[in-house]
Design a protein around this ligand. Structure first.
Ligand SMILES: NC(=O)NCCC[C@H](N)C(=O)O
Length: 422
């Protein structure tokens, strides 16, 4: 097993290792009644989504990246007794399942082998399935559920491995998630990074405390590792100023970064994460949704630390930038004279449709080489005409969860770039 320490030095450097999640039984739990709460806009044809995802993985592997499946990592982590205990402690909760059902659920799960437990944790469990496994004492919570209602919620958004954890330089944020449907995803990553043999033996920093962070939510779709000590964070529907502040302080305390640009996005589902409207495609270029416009931003830097020590002592300097300075502020943080902003010319309806279909959610696998969905034809053609290599993957089914190639990838090893030398 490879034991190179995880490190993500940039947004666009060569991708060496990445965590993905092949969609599975959890997507079969979506129904017209549950899909809204589970943050999907439509039901998925799961077999086709799996084929699409397999093509996505083949493109990443073909480009030289080691592709790690989240399911494998979780299953292998569960073989480590403290990881198993941690996951069981966090998956079943009296506040959700009630005091009568919780110990029974936990004991039922504890008796499962690692593969079955992995499927339960990601795929969820209905009352009928539970009753096939065990006798349940009188539980008002279970009594009130229909036979096919879910007792343990599925995690269909694990498909978007980017969000619940993100690596920034030599550390990882296991994120506190904004939406209830996604909070348990952080438990999976905690187990993997703390106990999976691939990660447990490596030294890396922690940029957040995941489940304990409460309102200080950050989601990886809002975090862009610009390279050379700079980070861009979208304050969005999902990422709060509290989360940005904690991330900045921790990054500065270790010296892993010294510039964080926070961009104030509108709080709306179409702009749910920064990477749904703006992604980096080479060392100085960003693809940007036409209707995003110019937004206010702040550049956060560490104040001179003389006289202080210890990470809690880090103080921040915050420089405000009005909307018209958005690109200049970003370029400045990157040590560049200017940025190349790529926005395809198309009518407003077509632009809105392509954004919704993740046309801006490009995953760079090397500078100037990006993976996108095939359906965003205008954006893809525009990128090619602008000199980029575009590797298309099918997204007819995967796209219904509102995430594209960047959302579906959590890089764990990626080379750095030095924008200031471009
Ligand atoms: N980075 C991303 O934009 N991820 C896509 C997340 C989609 C998911 N259905 C969600 O609403 O959280």
């Amino acid at each position: 097993m490879q034991s190179i320490a995880p490190y993500v030095g940039s947004e666009v450097g060569r991708l060496r290792q990445v965590i993905v999640h092949r969609p599975g039984v959890e997507l079969l739990r979506l129904t017209p009644e549950t899909m809204d709460d589970l943050l999907f806009d439509d039901l998925i044809w799961v077999r086709r989504a799996q084929e699409e995802h397999d093509e996505f993985c083949a493109v990443l592997a073909g480009a030289g990246a080691e592709v790690l499946q989240l399911t494998d990592l979780l299953r292998e982590s569960l073989a480590v007794p403290p990881a198993r205990a941690f996951v069981l402690d966090h998956a079943f909760d009296e506040r959700i399942h009630g005091p009568a059902a919780t110990p029974v659920l936990r004991a039922t799960a504890e008796a499962m082998d690692d593969a079955a437990l992995t499927e339960l944790l990601i795929g969820g469990l209905t009352k009928r399935e539970l009753l096939e496994l065990t006798d349940v004492p009188s539980s008002v919570v279970l009594h009130a559920l229909g036979a096919d209602d879910l007792v343990v919620a599925p995690l269909p958004n694990h498909l978007f491995t980017r969000d619940a954890s993100c690596w920034v330089y030599d550390g990882v944020a296991v994120n506190s998630m904004r939406m209830p449907a996604r909070t348990r995803e952080s438990v999976t990553y905690e187990a993997i990074y703390r106990w999976h043999p691939r990660f447990a033996g490596s030294e890396f920093h922690r940029w957040s405390d995941g489940l304990a962070d409460g309102q200080a939510t950050v989601e990886g779709g809002d975090v862009l590792v610009l390279g050379d000590g700079a980070v861009l964070v979208g304050m969005s529907e999902r990422t709060t100023p509290q989360g940005v502040e904690r991330l900045a302080k921790r990054l500065f305390a270790t010296g892993s970064a010294d510039r964080v640009v926070a961009l104030a996005l509108p709080s709306a589902r179409i702009f749910m994460h920064l990477d749904t409207v703006m992604t980096m495609v080479d060392e100085r270029s960003f693809i940007k949704y036409a209707d995003l416009g110019m937004l206010p931003s702040y550049t956060i830097t560490p104040r001179d630390r003389s006289g202080h020590d210890g990470r809690d002592e880090i103080e921040l300097d915050i420089a405000d930038h009005p909307p018209e300075q958005m690109h200049a502020a970003l370029a400045d943080a990157m040590g560049l004279d200017g940025l190349r902003i790529l926005t395809a010319e198309q009518d407003v309806h077509s632009a809105a449709r392509e954004q919704w279909d993740d046309g801006c959610n490009a995953l760079a696998i090397a500078p100037g080489v990006v993976v996108t969905y095939d359906r965003t034809t205008t954006s893809n053609t525009y990128l090619r005409d602008s000199g980029f290599e575009v590797l298309e993957v099918p997204g007819a089914e995967l796209g219904r969860g509102r995430g594209g190639p960047r959302c579906m990838s959590c890089p764990t090893l990626r080379e750095g770039v030095r924008p200031s030398e471009i």
